[in-house]
Design a protein around this ligand. Structure first.
Ligand code: SAH
Length: 489
């Protein structure tokens, strides 16, 4: 019989995991983790540690709570050290209490390792103390998403307290929370904030008077995980918030995109203060039926060179009645951090990621690590360069079903209507398709610097007669780094 440790992983920043949590994580034979428990922490586990994704993110429950309880008890009986890793603190809306009760009932030993809760650390990192002399004598942490929803909250009492109010899991109900508070008598001008991705590099705070918070958060496209803070102490953020990394303040950036808006890069650029013009230049056409069950079964490795390929591949897998288990024992290769992250969302950690994020480097890495004659499944975009194939030529057999095609969707008229006469400091291209789709119908204005995400995109720009700089590494971080070098005040 082992012990199950209910470990709070902290709010996101890996540095906010406790020492006890970290040492248990390093010792663990099995880790059962949630989506909010930072993937970076999983890298701390020892080789051979079993990693089980128990899901849980609003609307996406990978496993039912009962099943998780049973799993913990079963693992606790088998393994010496089982870590149940959860975002924040396990006893703050983490259902840690239920897990503990079940384990006690089953006679499986457990220990609670408290974590830093997002309810306090999130506001703190945004410069909002939950208590402050003369302003707030206490704070209340609530969820807007309980069995009874908002009906169970006592808005009369909430509207008349000086306590700071913190709402977790409330983003979808933000407007309603604000109007219920105001309806119950709270001053509509009460300072309030929504904090997205608190303590992570992409943390963002939207502050507004209570009455305007819902609209402001919507306009800023705030997404989960996010928490809501209401109360006088929010105004202290003026003086307590860390200086925002607004390294791109004022830079006007043109961003042609493939697929839906806003893009991740667009959001990151805005968070740094850039004025971003995002333009959908290609739409994504999905191809169905390209992935063969036999090819999945026979593969020794599966390689991905885009986030979208990961997502569509899993769609195809589910369509075949298979799931992530069909990839058990196969080497999973990802071209870079974005692809890696997309894989993690499906419960998979990539086995190999090349230091340089190109198809060529990924192919070379697979060639080094796979035996001759191995079979590589490479689900990809139409026209994705043959670089990976080439790197593996004469070594491995590659099957590369086409999952999607990017089809230009910007007309010359639409481009002219949105872009003519405007000036941009830089245009950023994240794919060859974006280059072709935009430059096929519109000419970049004078004085606009051009940045390409990687060598392929750069080559495509040069073929169009546009001189460009290349990101130091082929990912979003590389692009941000280069732009900050150009525009940082
Ligand atoms: N046990 C966790 C809370 C789990 S409920 C804790 O103690 O922090 C999940 C909710 O927590 C999310 O819907 C969101 O409201 C909040 N949350 C968790 N991590 C967050 C983060 N990094 N930034 C903003 N909100 C976060």
């Amino acid at each position: 019989m082992g012990t199950v440790y209910l470990v709070g992983a902290g709010p996101g920043d890996p540095g906010l995991l406790t020492q006890r949590g970290l040492s248990l994580l390093r010792r663990a034979d099995c880790v059962v983790y949630d989506s909010l428990a930072g993937p970076l922490l999983l890298a701390e586990t020892k080789p051979g540690c079993e990693l089980i994704h128990a899901g849980k993110r609003a609307g996406r429950h990978a496993m039912e709570q009962d099943a998780i309880n049973r799993l913990l008890a079963e693992k606790g009986r088998q393994d010496a050290c089982v870590v149940r890793l959860k975002g924040g603190d396990s006893f703050v809306f983490g259902r840690g209490g239920e897990e503990g009760l079940y384990l006690r009932e089953q006679g499986v030993p457990f220990e609670v390792v408290p974590g830093v809760t997002s309810a306090i650390a999130g506001p703190a990192r945004a410069g909002i103390p939950v208590t402050h002399r003369g302003m707030a004598r206490g704070f209340r942490v609530m969820t807007a998403h309980d069995s009874g929803g908002l009906a169970n909250l006592d808005f009369d009492s909430l509207a008349h307290t000086t306590d700071t109010l913190v709402f977790l899991m409330g983003l979808g109900l933000l407007g309603e929370i604000a109007s219920r508070l105001i309806g119950a008598g709270m001053d509509p001008q009460t300072p309030a904030a929504v904090i997205e991705n608190a303590t992570l590099p992409q943390q963002r705070t939207v502050r507004a008077a209570l009455a305007d918070l819902g609209r402001c958060a919507r306009e800023a496209h705030v997404r989960a995980p996010a928490l809501i803070v209401v109360g006088r102490t929010v105004s202290l953020a003026d003086r307590l918030a860390p200086p925002a990394p607004r390294g791109l303040a004022g830079a006007r950036i043109l961003l042609p995109c493939v697929g839906e808006l806003p893009s991740r890069l667009g959001e990151r650029l805005r968070a740094r203060g850039a004025a971003v013009e995002e333009l959908a230049v290609c739409r994504v056409e999905e191809k169905t039926g390209a992935v063969r069950r036999e090819a999945v079964g026979a593969a020794d490795a599966v390689a991905f060179t885009s986030r979208r390929a990961v997502q569509l591949f899993f769609g195809a897998l589910f369509g075949l009645g298979l799931d992530a288990r069909a990839l058990a024992g196969r080497r999973i290769a990802a071209v870079g951090p974005g692809t890696q992250e997309a894989l993690r969302a499906f419960g998979l950690l990539a086995d190999c990621v090349p230091p340089v994020h190109t198809g060529e480097a990924l192919g070379a890495l697979l060639r080094e690590t796979l035996p001759r004659g191995a079979r590589v499944l490479f689900p990809r975009a139409a026209g994705a360069s043959g670089a990976l194939r080439q790197a593996l030529a004469g070594w491995a057999q590659v099957e590369d079903p086409v999952l999607y095609e990017t089809v230009p969707c910007l007309s010359a008229e639409a481009a002219a209507a949105t872009l003519d006469g405007r000036s941009f400091d830089a245009a950023v291209f994240t794919s060859g398709s974006a280059v072709r789709a935009l430059l096929g119908v519109w000419k970049l204005p004078e004085g606009c610097r051009t940045l390409a995400i990687g060598p392929k995109t750069a080559a495509r720009l040069e073929a169009c007669g546009v001189a460009c700089a290349e990101s130091p590494h082929a990912d979003l971080e590389g692009i941000l780094e280069k732009l900050e070098e150009w525009f940082h005040a």
